[in-house]
Design a protein around this ligand. Structure first.
Ligand code: URA
Length: 431
């Protein structure tokens, strides 16, 4: 088999076989295919796309390029969720303890934030003492003991994807649905869960800007996961404004704690409960979707989910006393942003808000950047809220950087108009 023939075949719009894709990924990971040939292949794929079988072969080949987590020593159905990336998305922090409080096994490896989207592991590190690195045997023991562990990625998961993603990033070939689907699914399939819910974000703060693109991506990922033997669901949720009110690591933990006390904002609770209900059914712990939702709401309101969260924090070395005073996780230096018109909030550009949080130091521009855990943005007004000139619409929690730039970005992100808009948050479910 020769790489030139594979490039030419893709250039001419033909489908590749499993053997060809296995050869491509294996040889590239081993360093036998240079970046210039792989770049040509990626650009051919950009124009000619891939069919569902090719995308599945690609996901499986990338999964098999590295370590897969074996969770078989944890009895029962293990669940996982994945978000394609949004602003203010702290669902995992709430969903994990919530599901574990109802008996679901939640063994989760999460990532760090990059660019305008945050990462669960950075958020958890804003809890004093919380250890994001566990040995795999301790990770499994903890899930067996308390039903939940949330740690950073360990081992060498899907190294082919890492190498390929870095190349896509510099060759303008990120934006290809089969490549995105196989990249995400290679890592999810390696994570060892039996049931996965994908939260595919759509809107200007998300990877997928239109609903039709998001549906295509969601359907392809569900199909890849199912062919690999997983129970799969995808939901499409809006990222037309950030999720919840708070953006930034400590701020998001604060809002997660509020939500676990039954005081969460409606959009955040709705997305969490929707994903949770699918997973409760997948875990065979409930048969009726509406009853599942009711049970999840109850666990948020009766303290059960919060108690499980404290167990998680304690098990991973975190300071549970600090959780009773979550305001200690936030910077004391506040800068308000004021409304410039009368009317209703009609838009809050999530991408601009994400960038503003990054400028304040909440996120990194490159993998090596260090971040501040206590800075970020609290959106005091959301889409549909009435405002008057001079009302505070957002509060910046700051340290020593990016204040002027972030203030301008947040101010520009808000649009105020005459009509009161109502958003549909959960747009579609793909089973
Ligand atoms: N996230 C991934 O993991 N891979 C992509 O290709 C895009 C988003």
């Amino acid at each position: 088999m020769h790489i030139i023939d594979i490039i030419a075949k893709k250039r001419d719009g033909m489908a590749l076989s499993k053997e060809e894709i296995d050869f491509l990924i294996h040889s590239y990971t081993q360093g036998h295919i240079p970046d210039y040939q792989m770049s040509a292949f990626l650009m051919a794929t950009y124009f000619q796309k891939m069919n569902d079988e090719e995308a599945t072969y690609l996901a499986l080949a990338m999964r098999d390029s590295g370590d897969s987590i074996d969770l078989s020593s944890i009895p029962g159905i293990k669940v996982d969720k994945h978000s394609t990336g949004g602003v203010g998305d702290k669902v995992t922090l709430i969903l994990g303890p919530l599901l574990a409080s109802l008996g679901v096994k939640f063994a989760k490896m999460s990532g760090r934030g990059l660019g305008h989207t945050g990462g669960t592991i950075d958020k958890l590190e804003s809890i004093p003492g919380y250890q994001v690195v566990l040995k795999i045997e301790d990770f499994i023991r903890q899930v067996n003991e308390i039903g939940i562990a949330i740690v950073g990625q360990s081992g060498d998961v899907a190294p082919a994807d890492k190498k390929l993603y870095a190349l896509r990033d510099v060759t303008a070939t990120v934006d290809v649905i089969p490549l995105i689907a196989s990249s995400i699914m290679s890592k999810k399939l390696a994570s060892g869960a039996d049931a996965i819910v994908l939260d595919v974000k759509v809107g200007h703060g998300a990877f997928m800007k239109t609903e039709s693109e998001a549906i295509k991506l969601a359907e392809l990922m569900v199909s890849i996961g199912r062919l690999a033997g997983k129970k799969m669901t995808a939901i499409l949720t809006g990222m037309d404004e950030p999720l919840g009110h708070k953006i930034g690591n400590g701020l998001e933990v604060f809002e997660a704690i509020e939500t676990l006390h039954g005081r969460g904002p409606k959009d955040l609770v709705d997305v969490t409960v929707e994903i949770g209900a699918h997973l409760l059914l997948d875990a065979l712990l409930e048969t009726n979707f509406d009853v599942a939702k009711k049970r999840l709401h109850e666990a948020l309101n009766n303290g059960k989910a919060y108690a499980k969260f404290l167990e998680l924090v304690k098990a991973q070395g975190g300071d549970t006393k600090a959780m009773a005073k979550p305001e200690t996780l936030l910077s004391k230096h506040l800068i308000p942003i004021f409304a410039k018109a009368n009317g209703y909030v009609t838009d809050i550009n999530a991408l601009e808000i994400g960038k503003a949080a990054m400028r304040l130091g909440a996120g990194r521009e490159t993998k090596e950047d260090s971040i501040y855990l206590d800075v970020g943005i609290d959106l005091l007004k959301k889409i549909g809220d009435p405002v008057q000139i001079g009302d505070p619409i957002a509060m910046l929690y700051v340290r020593d950087k990016g204040i002027a730039e972030a203030s301008a970005l947040v101010s520009q992100a808000y649009q105020i108009g005459r009509e009161q808009k109502h958003l549909t948050l959960i747009k579609k479910t793909i089973k």
